[in-house]
Design a protein around this ligand. Structure first.
Ligand SMILES: Cc1cc2nc3c(=O)[nH]c(=O)nc-3n(C[C@H](O)[C@H](O)[C@H](O)COP(=O)(O)OP(=O)(O)OC[C@H]3O[C@@H](n4cnc5c(N)ncnc54)[C@H](O)[C@@H]3O)c2cc1C
Ligand SMILES: *[C@@H]1O[C@H](CO)[C@@H](O)[C@H](O)[C@H]1NC(C)=O
Ligand SMILES: *[C@@H]1O[C@H](CO)[C@@H](O)[C@H](O)[C@H]1NC(C)=O
Ligand SMILES: *[C@@H]1O[C@H](CO)[C@@H](O)[C@H](O)[C@H]1NC(C)=O
Ligand SMILES: *[C@@H]1O[C@H](CO)[C@@H](O)[C@H](O)[C@H]1NC(C)=O
Ligand SMILES: *[C@@H]1O[C@H](CO)[C@@H](O)[C@H](O)[C@H]1NC(C)=O
Ligand SMILES: CC(=O)N[C@H]1CO[C@H](CO)[C@@H](O)[C@@H]1O
Length: 542
């Protein structure tokens, strides 16, 4: 295209176009050289007796390049034709492939992005602005559960659904306190915290990591002992991608009763949902820690004529039996009027299926399916609430739903306290502990044809976020790193090392732990090889 236009030009601009094309071809050649050199480097570092790397390399020439790039669940906002693509995808089948990719990317000045489950809300695991290589860990996903010691080694490319499945194969009374959506990858999820229905009883996934294997910036494989306690601290909640490539986690499992009880109660505004939600703010965080009662909000039609209203779904997990639960709810939250008939007893793995909204007739194998849900375009944010929100403010919040298309906005309120209050803020980089009543998750999604105007949805989300400012945590306005949000600020383009810029988003995700993360980063990756728009910067003179 460019060349056709240039040859059409008149003489005076000809020398200019010549210059442009000379520069262009020079650029292509250098790029090609880096690229070729990088590939040669990979092949040179391949130990063919152990595992040849050639089968793990996908260049843009490979016919499966596009499908490998797009395979895992992601945010479709970052899978468009104009989204920057990696030069090469390496899909390691052996840890030496990760080492080789790190060693060779450094040597050839390429940026590396690491992808486990691919759920990053801003696509940072597979999109970068500079020339980059994706390490896709999908083929490193073995899981070894040891019932005797109640521990498991989990490779980073596994999903939490696979982990739950493997635990359930062996035991009905062992479990793991991580997220609800089975397709989320343990590589990113545990790196940023990882919470789900067991949070009030056991804390988050990162609280249960007892060892890890990590490929560091020098291409070495480290474990907890050889990496030292500072780095081991940093990778348990400091967000993925800043410190190295996690190859595997060792976790301790938790014990749950053989029977748990779940329920879902839906209330629309016409059924006094606002009053119930208001009351929930006092009841849910103060409940015994065996009970986790969260609320999902969507808008639905209240009548045949399609009048829109808000539906609050009270979704609950109780580590005990129905009788106990009904009694407890009568004492703590009688307004919800829970009765025996609302309750369903099951074992823990069945509750996973229930909360993942997989039809309960489907076999457990659904937990292994990475294509469980349709992909969408979306934008999300998070907030922490420290004081109950007044009813009038909630009513204002409902009004915002009606500015977007029916059924495209979702909010989730997840109660805190319980075990979360008992863990000191500095224990792991994940700082959102005592003092929180609950966390809010906001999401708006849209369809393909609407992606021509994503700005309208992004703007809507930003307006919603400003509307909520008076009612949520302040200085800093806290946010959950696993609900990554580039609106909170990004590192400077180029080399991503400005402490001042990074602290804008850093203290929101990590509070005072941000400074310790910066110290660890400065120690283990002073030249900032592992970097992205929201990676922890090393300290350099600015
Ligand atoms: C549908 C959906 C449901 C979700 N549900 C929950 C939930 O219930 N609870 C919850 O806490 N969160 C939830 N999340 C958020 C989720 O925890 C984060 O998006 C998480 O970071 C995803 O991890 P991943 O491995 O799938 O993502 P990826 O996109 O692969 O990685 C996320 C980040 O971590 C880095 N990273 C990935 N793997 C590694 C590795 N091995 N070593 C070093 N860095 C790595 C990536 O480079 C990227 O920066 C959900 C997200 C989605 C999209
Ligand atoms: C890609 O294909 C082109 C043409 O088929 C070839 O010239 C080039 O060397 C290939 N690149 C790589 C990295 O294999
Ligand atoms: C990568 O480099 C490290 C040393 O920095 C070395 O120990 C390791 O063997 C190298 N691995 C590969 C596969 O290149
Ligand atoms: C809603 O609350 C009003 C007044 O508090 C009450 O009269 C009414 O019965 C309630 N409606 C429902 C469906 O509970
Ligand atoms: C709500 O009603 C409108 C108008 O009748 C209709 O177009 C829409 O499909 C309905 N939505 C749902 C979720 O039922
Ligand atoms: C990277 O950051 C350092 C410190 O801020 C600065 O001195 C250097 O010029 C930057 N380099 C680039 C390429 O932006
Ligand atoms: C998996 C696969 O087929 N990879 C190939 C992609 O292309 C490179 C370079 O052309 C080959 O070396 C790989 O074997």
């Amino acid at each position: 295209m460019l060349q056709v236009q240039l040859t059409k030009m008149e003489w005076p601009s000809f020398s200019m176009s010549l210059l442009v094309s000379v520069l262009l071809s020079f650029w292509w050649a250098t790029l090609g050289q880096t690229h070729e050199g990088f590939l040669q480097c990979l092949l040179l570092h391949s130990d063919d007796n152990v595992a040849p790397i050639s089968n793990a390399i996908y260049t843009q020439n490979n016919s499966s390049f596009a499908s490998v790039l797009d395979f895992p669940y992601g945010n479709l906002r970052f899978s468009t034709p104009t989204t920057p693509k990696p030069l090469v995808i390496v899909k390691p089948t052996h840890v030496s492939h990760i080492q080789a990719t790190v060693n060779c990317s450094r040597k050839h000045g390429l940026q590396v992005r690491v992808r486990s489950g691919g759920h990053d809300h801003e696509g940072l695991s597979y999109v970068a602005q500079d020339s980059f290589v994706v390490i896709d860990l999908i083929d490193l996903r073995s899981i070894n559960v040891d019932v005797g010691s109640k521990t498991a080694w989990i490779q980073a490319g596994a999903t939490i659904g696979e982990l739950y499945y493997r635990i359930a194969e062996i035991s009905t009374t062992l479990a793991f306190p991580a997220g609800v959506c089975p397709t989320v990858g343990v590589g990113g999820h545990f790196s940023g915290g990882g919470y789900g229905m067991l949070m009030r009883k056991f804390g988050i996934a990162a609280d249960h990591i007892i060892d890890a294997h990590l490929v560091d910036v020098d291409g070495r494989i480290l474990d907890r002992k050889s990496m030292g306690e500072d780095l081991f601290w940093a990778i348990r909640g400091g967000g993925g991608a800043s410190f190295g490539v996690v190859v595997a986690w060792k976790v301790e499992l938790v014990s749950v009763p053989p029977v748990v009880t779940v329920f879902t109660i839906n209330k629309v505004l016409e059924e006094n949902a606002t009053k119930l939600v208001h009351r929930w703010q006092y009841a849910a965080p103060k409940s015994p820690e065996d009970l986790f009662l969260r609320i999902f909000f969507t808008d639905v039609n209240s009548t045949q004529e399609g009048k829109r209203t808000i539906q609050a779904s009270f979704v609950s997990m109780f580590l005990g039996r129905t009788d106990q639960l009904v009694k407890l709810m009568q004492e703590n939250f009688p307004e919800l009027r829970l009765v025996k008939e609302d309750c369903h007893e099951m074992n823990w793995i069945e509750s996973i299926i229930y909360f993942a909204e997989i039809p309960n007739s489907s076999p457990l194998d659904a937990l292994l399916d990475r294509n469980l849900y349709p992909e969408t375009f979306f934008k999300a944010k998070s907030d922490y609430v420290k004081e109950p929100i007044p009813e009038t403010a909630l009513e204002g919040l409902w009004q915002r739903f009606y500015e977007e298309k029916p059924g495209t906005v979702e909010l989730i309120f997840s109660p805190y306290e319980g075990k979360m209050d008992e863990i000191p803020e500095s224990e792991t980089p994940f700082p959102h502990r005592a003092g929180n009543l609950y966390k809010i998750y906001y999401e708006v999604l849209w369809e393909e044809k609407d992606n021509l105007a994503p700005q309208k949805h992004l703007d809507w989300m930003r307006r919603l976020y400003s509307y909520m400012a008076p009612y949520v945590s302040k200085s800093p306005r806290e946010a959950y790193v696993n609900y990554r949000d580039l609106d909170l600020g990004t590192n400077n383009k180029g080399n991503y090392t400005s402490y001042r810029q990074a602290s804008k988003w850093g203290v929101r995700y990590f509070k005072d732990n941000f400074n310790r993360l910066v110290r660890v980063k400065t120690m283990v990756d002073p030249h900032n090889f592992f970097r992205n728009e929201q990676s922890i910067p090393p300290l350099v003179r600015e």
